[in-house]
Every structure is written in C-alpha cells, then in structure tokens.
Design a protein. Sequence first.
Length: 354
Amino acid sequence: MNKKRNANMELLRILSMLMVTMLHALGKSELLMPLEGEIPGNAWIAWALEALSIGAVNIFMLISGYFLVKAEFKLSRLLEIICQVCFYALGAFGIFYLLGLTTAGERDLYHLLHYIFPVHMNVYWFITSYVVIYALLPVLSTGIRGLEKKQLRNVILILLVYECVFKSVLPVALEADSKGYSTLWYLIMFLVGAYFQLHGFHVLDKAWKGWIAYFAGSALIFLEVAVLYRIHESTDHLEEILKVSTHYNHLFVVLAAVGIFAAFVNAKPMAEGIGKVVCAISPYALGVYLFQENITLRYRWQKWFGLTEAMNDPAYLFVLRVFGAVLAIFVIGSAIDAARKLLFTGVAKLCKSK
C-alpha cells in the first residue's frame, strides 16, 4: 500500500462523496418537500437523510486543509484539476448535443460559456473555490505554519463567530450570509483542517468522541428543522430561516462535519488489504462529483432512477430507491473517471514521446 496515502482519510473521502450524492439525490428530485402544510412520512425520512449528509461538503474542505497545509504547490496539479473540470463540462454537453437532447436554452452563447469556462462561470462552485484556495496555497501554508497554536485558534474562532455563530443563533436571515457557498467559508474550514493536522484537537481526540459529535450534530440539524417547521405552522413566522440548520456554515453542520472528520483522523489503521482497495477507489471521488453535478446532468439523473416519483412508495422501498440511486451514481461516476484518467495518461505519454 502506498504509504503516502492515509487509508482512513481516503475512506472518509469516499463516504463524503456518497453523502454529497445523497444531497443531490434528495435536493434535486423534490424529495425535500417545502416545510409547510402536511408533510408525509417519506419526506421526513428525506430530511433525516439530509441531516446525516449535509456535513459532507465541509468534510471535503477539512480534508483539503488537513493535507494541503503541509503540501507543496504544484502548477501541474492546478492545471490537472482545471482540465478535469473542462472534460466533464464539455464532454457531457457534447454527448447530449450529438444525441439531440439539449434544449435551445442550453445552446445559447451564455450557456456555452459555462461549458467552455466552467471555473470562471461557477458551474461547480466548490471547484471554483478550491482553485482559488489552491492558487493561494504557498501563502496559506506558509502563513498558517508560521502562526503559534493560540494565534491560529483565535483566527479560526473570530472567523467562525463572524461567518457561523451569528447566523446560527439569530432568528433572521442575514444579508451577507452566503450559506457556506463561498471561498471565505472554504478558507475557514481549510484553517480548521490545518489546525487538526498541526495541533490536533483535544476535545475530539478519540474516534468515539468524534462519532458522538457527528450524530449529535445531525440530530440537532433535524430537530431544528422540525421545531422551526412547527413554529412556522403555528405563527406563520420564521419562514426565511426554516432551513437554516442545513446551511454549510451553521454551527450544527460544522459540529457534524468536524465530528466525523475527527472520528476518521483518530480511527485505528485499517487492514492493509482493505486499505489498498480504498486507496484505489478514492482518487475517483472528485470525478463522481463532476459527473453528477455537470450542468447538463445535474437535474436529469435523478429521473433515471424515478426519484421524483418515489415519495408515494412504501418507506422501505423509498429508502432502497434513494440509496440505490446514490450507489449507482457513485459506481457510474467512478467508472467514467477511471476511463478519463486512462485517457489523460495516454495523452500525456503521447505528448512526452514527441
């Protein structure tokens, strides 16, 4: 097994991508019904799955900080990411165009720019933020490592109060709140991940403590959704913050993400054989995201599995259908990215031979 790869963290990367896929399966198939009126049982199951999965994006940010704070900036890595993004953006559009499945709106100049310049057009907001963070890596890693533990901790706390605490406790929606869809929030989680790498976190220094934090955070997310729904139904107030606990920069989401992150950081090393399999699969996790969130596919693949009609299924069938779709998309996305990697490797070798 490659000693440079931490199998526990690679497993977390895989799990996080499955959680991200769950979010997209629920949120883009109308399974997360509006929090108003009578809500059926399957909708509450969907909201529970949302609560268990919503920390996934923060986990990826934490992983970035954890590893990159000690990494060296490589221009080749930055270019590789951009090329990978363009491959999915242009590739999916090209296939759908040839099959005659694109709409007139998807073929106008404005939308074409999204396929040609996906990073600048914010097609994948997470990638856009990652590119900025990675470009700043020489400054970030040097600056973070140059801070004393107390200084870094204080910087993180100040930023969390500004971006996270106020929005989590105030009964109003803040104008400057990005809901965690921003480079600033990525930077904050990056700093937390870097802190774990450099100084650890005494409060969550055992795997079991991390799991408790994760499940507590997830339960609190769901509980707040349910409570705000009941209050809104009774008073017709708080409509603007009904889903606030499912924002990436909410305290409960941070608690869940940091908890499961700490659980994997402190977990015992897995068996070498299993670790090899995990490390062989994990490099394709990003491709799964780029595949399912492609601008051409992001609202289409849910229909392939009949998720938009699943609300009326029996509860057990509803859960099986959702989990089946999530697993299938992960397998399909991984296979496509494996083929993409072979293609890129072949082209690179061909270019070097000339």
